[in-house]
Design a protein around this ligand. Structure first.
Ligand code: ADP
Length: 174
């Protein structure tokens, strides 16, 4: 199948995705929070927080993998997007664009390393972390397409939660 046919843009909740892996928009401490993170932790059940606590930390732009517990997927890949809230953005160690691209890259690296043939991403950093949606969609789309055309032969789903998210991707794929 050609690469563009292996990218799917859908609307819905990440907790409903039956892909082999789903990606969590996590924080550095890997704690349950609001948005995607809160939804994933409450759908997965309390064992997910226990496993995340044992890992303890994930750097911004990096990813870690855990079991999925009560979620329909097999594994959860937790990635930490750049936080663009003013007090946090000043502490970033690289450009927001490179850090956001690295979230998609490191998550796909883990999917590959664990032989996971399908992965669903939420729109990382575009909620609480305030990354402008259109710009984040362009970075996500470019990074995912680069991997689909080079070394990842699985399927990638971008799970949009709002009409604004869907619109950002529609403008890129039309
Ligand atoms: P971040 O802290 O990385 O910004 P958020 O969870 O606050 O992460 O938001 C990231 C994106 O995920 C936002 O565009 C938000 O609308 C969307 N979102 C919120 N809840 C869900 C969900 N259950 N499934 C998929 N996307 C969601």
């Amino acid at each position: 199948m050609n690469p563009t046919d292996r990218l799917h843009i859908v609307k819905g909740s990440i907790t409903r995705m039956a892909t082999e892996a789903v990606v969590n928009a996590a924080n550095n401490q890997l704690r349950a929070g609001s948005g995607v993170c809160g939804a994933i932790h409450s759908a997965a059940g309390p064992q997910l927080a226990i496993e995340c606590n044992a890992i303890g930390w994930c750097d911004t732009g990096k990813s870690v993998i855990t079991d999925a517990y009560n979620l329909p997927c097999k594994k959860v890949i937790h990635t930490v997007g750049p936080d663009l809230r003013p007090w946090a953005a000043a502490k970033l160690t690289d450009s927001p664009e490179r850090l956001l691209a690295s979230c998609y890259d490191t998550a796909i690296d883990l999917a590959k390393a664990n032989s996971l043939k399908s992965i669903a991403f939420p729109c990382i950093s575009t909620g609480v972390y305030m990354y402008p949606k259109a710009e984040a969609a362009r970075i996500a789309y470019d990074t995912i397409m680069k991997r689909l055309t080079s070394d990842y032969d699985g399927e990638v789903t971008v799970c949009c939660f709002t009409d604004e998210d869907i619109e950002s991707y529609r403008q890129l794929t039309d």
